[in-house]
Design a protein around this ligand. Sequence first.
Ligand code: ZN
Length: 469
Amino acid sequence: MPPGGATCRCIAYTLRGWSVCWPGAAVKIYVRLDKIMNIPPKKNDHATINRQKIMKTALERFLDYVRVETTSQPEQEIVPSTSCQFDLAKILENELRELGLADAAVDEHCYVMATLPATEGKEAVPVIGWIAHLDTAPDVSGKNVNPQVIDYRGGEIGLSSGKTIPEDDALKSCLGHKLVTTDGTTLLGADNKAGIAAIMTALNRLIAENKPHGTLRVCFTPDEEVGNGTKLFDLAKFGAKYAYTVDGELPGELNRETFTAKMATITVIGREIHPGTAKGIMINAARVAAEIVALMPKDQAPETTEGYEPYLHPYSIDAGTARATIKSLLRSFHDDDMKKLEIHLEQVIEQVKSQFPGVEITLSFKEQYRNMQERLNDCPEVLEKLEEAARRTARIAKTANGQTDIDPHWKPIRGGTDGSRLTEMGLPTPNIYTGGHNFHSVTEWLSVNHLETTVQTLINLAAVWADDV
Ligand SMILES: [Zn+2]
């Protein structure tokens, strides 16, 4: 469907240099002529845009997106790491154009970008970006996702695969909500397709309800889950002054802090010889690697820490007698804690070297991303506007049902987002909730009620920025 909605408005399109339009062929002809004739998108065609209706709910959009496989793959040189991510990117490009964002485009690296121009009188509002990633984590299959929509009445949730979603505090807080789960054989992809659905629906509603807003830029990124979401992100082309990733969890949780992240690679070179004549000669690199891991602090591991506590996480060992490689994540919120982790690892290596005379061990660190708080504190406006938008959303929820379970607060993320790198690159980018939970697992779920809260928060965020101008 071309911009303008279901009703054919041939005159409007023809006047704008597009083709004549007849039912069933409008999209193809619009796209082709637009490209062939190189007609620039009209900057702000409210006459067309504002006639739109709300096309789909956030839930409908979400269910469409999760059915498209977009699993990314680690340690690939190219972006995107998997070509299937283009399948969703192209769908999103078309949907953005249908909404009226005429410059929507997917680039060769699978970044989808589009602009919603400012409404009249709001051109001076700073350009704000909304960002979500379109890939899903490689940890669990994202193929043939079979979403289940249920009305949650309490207790654990049984999935058709036989797995269950335990009744934790997050689930308890969603009593009476409509939830989306998987069938227990794949992840759901709420991380981060809930963010995409929220952004699309918020754009749709801003346009349909003719709400004042500044210029909004949208970007859907590939390969976030494998650490490359910002690798080829063109900041100049994006052109936003501030941005928000919509990639968090439960409503109320706003994120301005992420871990600072490093990866350690430890290489062990042993001495190989036939085991029958090995006495006093062999140095078994596999045994050395096992000793190194054994000496890593067990009380500073992902499974034993929470909140602001740092950790060392040996997540991969590739070992034989002659050679072994250990990969370990280092995560902390503070630079001094990171330094302590590095020193600890260096001491472990020294100790193991003395235990295995003749062994060669090398250790190297690579920074992956930095805690974004330091730089975000330099531009408090981007945080204050988000907090105000979340507070307005909480007030609306309270008015509607007499109570609210949304308590806007800042929560550190024990991980990173595209915003961690973008902030470091010069685009301050805190993170907003989506309503999803148990990411990267077959027990992942999404509250549809909370997804609606996210949509409302984005609409309020656009309003908060526009209010000052
Ligand atoms: Zn995510």
